[in-house]
Design a protein around this ligand. Structure first.
Ligand code: 13P
Length: 253
């Protein structure tokens, strides 16, 4: 990782956690963060939407940031069950994840929809974590770079800058499987992502934009991934549900 990019350690709780877990998990991380002088990383927690407000309160003053896992593309309106980006901002969120493969699969989200959500998030003043990644079938077919480039081209929001957008490379076959991408596989895709960002946004933005790895990241494999030249942190699922594991991954950064 280049020294000029501050690593982002982001926890995606997915559909896990109850109100009773907020104090131990978000509060526990906030406590550790508050005791860390000049942390070398930025820490973010993305809990399920109903817990956002509680988490915002639990981390207050610690430097830990709170983000959401999705948002709607519209500013407001008749969309039962959905959540707008302005509301997330209003609740105290700093970030929102868009385009996670679980949403692309469970809710058939397309690149076009993901792009619209990302643009709504930017308009609301949120930072975006844009997820892309290939399936095992696509990897086996030799389509890894093509798929990631296609998703990135199709879903990168207009107005993206290194300051407001983070890319997360999450190979679908590595998510929740315990099967982590090798350092060589990871670096290959991250370098291709950076190259494409540079061609779209210019060399400077491309150099500064953070690219996270996600997929079975654990304390035991975080270091070998985090030292790669184009890996600038992690988007962590399972291991973000343990204060000790999540903190150990942050320390690897
Ligand atoms: P796991 O760390 O559980 O594999 O999940 C990764 C992920 O999907 C984060 O968004």
């Amino acid at each position: 990782m280049a020294a000029k990019r501050k690593p982002l350690i982001a926890g995606n709780w997915k559909m896990n956690g109850l109100k009773k877990d907020v104090r131990a998990l978000a509060g526990g991380l906030a406590k550790r963060m508050a005791m860390t002088k000049r942390p070398a990383f930025e820490m973010l927690i993305c809990p399920p939407a109903p817990l956002l407000g509680f988490c915002v309160d639990a981390v207050k003053g610690s430097g830990v940031k709170i983000g959401a896992q999705d948002c709607h593309a519209a500013e407001h309106g008749a969309h039962t069950g959905d959540i707008s980006a302005p509301l997330l901002k209003n609740m105290g969120c700093g970030y929102v994840i868009v385009g996670h493969s679980e949403r692309r699969t469970d809710h058939s989200e397309t690149d076009k929809e993901v792009k619209a959500k990302a643009e709504a998030a930017l308009a609301a003043g949120l930072k975006v974590i844009l997820c892309i990644g290939e399936t095992l079938k696509e990897r086996k077919a030799g389509q890894t770079l093509n798929v990631n480039r296609r998703q990135l081209r199709g879903s990168l929001p207009t107005g993206a800058t290194a300051a407001n957008t983070v890319i997360a490379y999450e190979p679908v076959w590595a998510i929740g499987t315990g099967q982590v991408a090798t350092p060589a596989q990871t670096q290959q895709v991250h370098a291709a992502i950076r190259k494409l960002i540079k061609s779209k946004l210019g060399a400077n933005e491309g150099d500064k934009m953070r690219i996270l790895y996600g997929g079975s990241m654990k304390p035991g494999n975080a270091t070998e991934l985090m030292i790669l030249p184009d890996v600038d942190g992690g988007l962590i699922g399972g291991a973000s549900l343990s204060v000790a594991d999540f903190w150990a991954i942050a320390e690897a950064a």
